[in-house]
Design a protein around this ligand. Sequence first.
Ligand code: NAD
Length: 453
Amino acid sequence: MHDKLDEHGPADLVSALVQRFSAHQASVGIIGLGYVGLPLACTFARAGFTVLGFDIDRDKVQQLNAGQSYIRHIDGSDIFEARKTGRFAATTDYARLAEVDAIILCVPTPLTRYREPDLSFVTGTAESIAPHLKPGHLVVLESTTYPGTTRDVLKPILERTGFRSGRDFFLAYSPEREDPGNSNFSTAAIPKVVGGEGAHALQLACALYDEIVTRTVPASSLEAAEAVKLTENIFRSVNIALVNELKVVFEAMGIDVWEVIEAAKTKPFGYMPFYPGPGLGGHCIPIDPFYLTWKAREYDLVTRFIELAGEINTAMPHRVVDRTIHALNERRCLASKGASVLVVGVAYKKNVDDTRESPAFKIMELLERRGVRVSFFDPIVQQIPSMREHAEFVGRNSVQFTQDVIAAFDAAIICTDHDVVDYHRLVSWSRLVIDTRNACGQRAIVEEHVVKA
Ligand SMILES: NC(=O)c1ccc[n+]([C@@H]2O[C@H](COP(=O)([O-])OP(=O)(O)OC[C@H]3O[C@@H](n4cnc5c(N)ncnc54)[C@H](O)[C@@H]3O)[C@@H](O)[C@H]2O)c1
């Protein structure tokens, strides 16, 4: 057990820390240098804080210390600059938590194979922090999770040290709102919701984030802040499901859903555009809503909207495959078995290299199950990395984007609409194009052999 804080009360500690934060003299430890943690580290370093990044992945740590980015849309020059100024270093050594004033957790929160919250990364990280916790540490969880995680899961592990939250260390929750690849919103430009366990923790967390983001939004509790993040992502999931459903209905009526959305969004109030697609992807939208579903069961409640949205969104890859098979059969008047199909784009969204939960893999799996030979082309993801599911695709390489290669396929399915793809060429070289993103429509490419799906 550590020595507790006796000679100074928490109020003294808090005001000393607030001063260090506002003078940018504090040192910030960020645990998990992924899609969320890395941009956050760069933002703190850019603001003049000393940042120590912790990750269990030695390769990432090595690359970052060499001043390079391992994530495509995060500029290597940001890391290089932060290293040059001496304000950023990465490490695998948790003992170095002794050097920092604030500890921010940005570790993954996936689902188990039974689609229940998998908090093993959060608990594992907490276990690693505990031996190095010291009086005055501010600990902030940023990972997306259900209300109650910070108080009921994280806090007990940290308090096993004998330290008490609100007295010896301070505990807060602040959800990340990163939108990878969206150059309109850097980490600093996005307001940050903050919840604290008690007034001191809230004050400290707000004081820290006030220095790097445009605005902090204090919440009345940890749980309210946790619920904000889930609300944002459930909102997206439900609205995407709605337009996916509308797509199917309008299509049967001969109406183009994308045209409808473009026109609807001219309404200056009360409408916000969401777009249909081949299914949900990424680390957030397909996963986070089910954190609430799981927690709601404890209260004997059923999250019907969330479940329904999940059902509609999960059906989308099946629908894309059905449309593809149908179009193949219709055009070639032969069974699809033995056909060859090119999946264009395996990242879960455009212009990023993140393949987590990408619907492209479900589509590939369903096609292969039907005897179709499947290849992929992705200018950003050259090789399929290891993933939680779909081990069968790991290591497969992208084909080249040449006329000979593309023309050899019976059909191409646009799953991800990366900007760098030349869709005019793709359409002119292909026999059949199934477009799940309206990539062709957006570029005014209208051809008989382009089918929206
Ligand atoms: N990716 C997004 O767009 C996004 C947006 C908002 C919120 N989030 C949430 O942020 C959290 C992190 O997501 P991400 O996309 O950055 O994940 P990620 O997988 O890109 O990064 C997590 C990093 O944590 C590291 N890690 C895992 N366990 C560790 C441990 N015990 N100690 C140190 N490092 C460890 C991993 O090696 C990895 O580098 C999740 O809860 C996610 O839901 C993600």
